[in-house]
Design a protein around this ligand. Structure first.
Ligand SMILES: Cc1ncc(COP(=O)(O)O)c(C=O)c1O
Length: 394
């Protein structure tokens, strides 16, 4: 059957591809250490699950979730309290994950060939979602030598004729977080242009050491009218399977997204929204989130130190999210585990097939010198996987 031109130009998610190959090997009895996962390894906190169960028992099983308006109000309160962003109910939309929020936003803003500036390394779905909306991704390179951060100059140089700038701090895949000063400098550059900013803040709560998170829209009073803030429950509350995310921004954009969603999926899952409401309002949430954050911090520091102790690997210590993104290019040109390694895809292939370690090639994120390792796994597993990797590279 002939598929649409639209879908034919979209690459399948490389992250999902490596995870499914690793799962396939595991099902065949092979002991694979999986650093491919993009989700917390903790269970959803029990009090959140209880709220969803209660909603089910109370008959919250129809269209228009009973807790929907309360969840929107809780998100508005969270934005005011924690992020310095004022948003009314008509400026917030709840979607099936942050991924879906971003998808809807690109769909309602992009006309054919509109340009979207995407700093690289980038989360794999940004360019594909832009293409699906008919737009044109324009990459702003920010490799390891730049500390994985774009500069205000890059924004100014690329802004002409571009419509949207995507920012993601803390970042997937690099684990890097912009400082408030760096983000303010980018904001000042943005304000000299006509750019709309998509600020993907999904890893907001996962910051380490003395790293301070700030919301982009709060950095200048002129920013809320041109910024859409994306966030969700997946990473903060370990709720990836609940598929709940949201966006906050100018009324006309949110209203267009609601219009699109009304024909696409209608509302999100009723009882999942009840769980999300509990996550945003329960006094138990702060400690649940903090204990996961502390654990990620410990693992991230450990993984980066171990990676840097392996010859030919250079890794920036992550200040956020749960990924290390080391530069492994010093090993290119070698034969590893029988694979002649020319780039990150070969490196990941060698690691998986010969050391049974699953990691994601940086090529998928727009930087072929690096690979991504998730530290959303125990320290014992991190050690086991890195022992294997060190042995393969020795
Ligand atoms: C940078 C970034 N944005 C958005 C998402 C979307 O997450 P979800 O759709 O589970 O809310 C992810 C998940 O991997 C991500 O890494």
């Amino acid at each position: 059957m002939r598929l649409s031109d639209r879908i034919s130009q979209v690459a399948p998610s490389a992250t999902l591809a490596i995870t499914s190959r690793a799962k396939q090997m595991q099902a065949a009895g092979i002991d694979v250490v999986n650093f491919g996962a993009g989700e917390p390894d903790f269970d959803t906190p029990a009090f959140i699950k209880e709220a969803a169960k209660k909603a089910l028992d109370a008959g919250d099983t129809k269209y228009n979730a009973k807790s929907g308006p309360k969840l929107v109000a809780a998100i508005a309160a969270k934005l005011a309290r924690e992020n310095g962003i004022t948003a009314g109910a008509d400026q917030i939309i709840i979607n099936f994950g942050g991924k879906h929020s971003l998808y809807c936003a690109f769909q309602v803003l992009l006309n054919p060939d509109d340009k979207v500036l995407i700093p690289a390394p980038y989360w794999v779905s940004y360019p594909e979602q832009v293409r699906l909306a008919g737009g044109q991704p324009v990459v702003l390179p920010a490799g390891p030598e730049a500390g994985f951060k774009i500069t205000p100059r890059q924004v100014l140089d690329a802004a002409r004729g571009a419509k949207i700038l995507v920012l993601n701090s803390p970042s997937n895949p690099t684990g890097v977080t912009y400082t408030p000063e760096e983000l303010t400098a980018i904001a000042q550059a943005v304000l000299k242009t006509d750019l709309i900013v998509f600020s993907d803040e999904i890893y907001e709560k996962l910051v380490y050491g003395d790293t301070k998170f700030v919301s982009f829209a709060a950095l200048d009073k002129a920013l809320p009218q041109r910024t859409i803030t994306f966030n969700g429950l997946s990473k903060t509350y370990s709720m990836t399977g609940w598929r709940l995310g949201w966006a906050a921004g100018p009324k006309e954009v949110i209203s267009a997204m609601k219009n699109l969603m009304s024909h696409e999926t209608s509302d999100t899952v009723s009882f999942a929204q009840a769980g999300a409401l509990e996550a945003y309002t329960s006094p138990a949430s702060a400690e649940a989130v903090e204990s996961m954050r502390r654990e990620f911090q410990k693992r991230g520091q450990h993984m980066a130190a171990r990676l840097n102790a392996i010859g030919g690997i250079r890794c920036v210590e992550p200040t956020g999210a749960f990924y290390c993104f080391p530069d492994v290019s010093a090993h290119f040109g070698k034969t590893l585990g029988g694979v002649k390694v020319a780039g990150s895809l070969d490196f990941a292939k060698a690691a998986l097939e010969s050391a049974n370690v699953a990691l994601v090639p940086g090529d998928a994120f727009g930087d072929d010198r690096c690979v991504r390792l998730s530290f959303a796994t125990s320290t014992a597993i991190i050690d086991k996987g890195l022992d294997r990797l060190a042995k393969m590279l020795a």
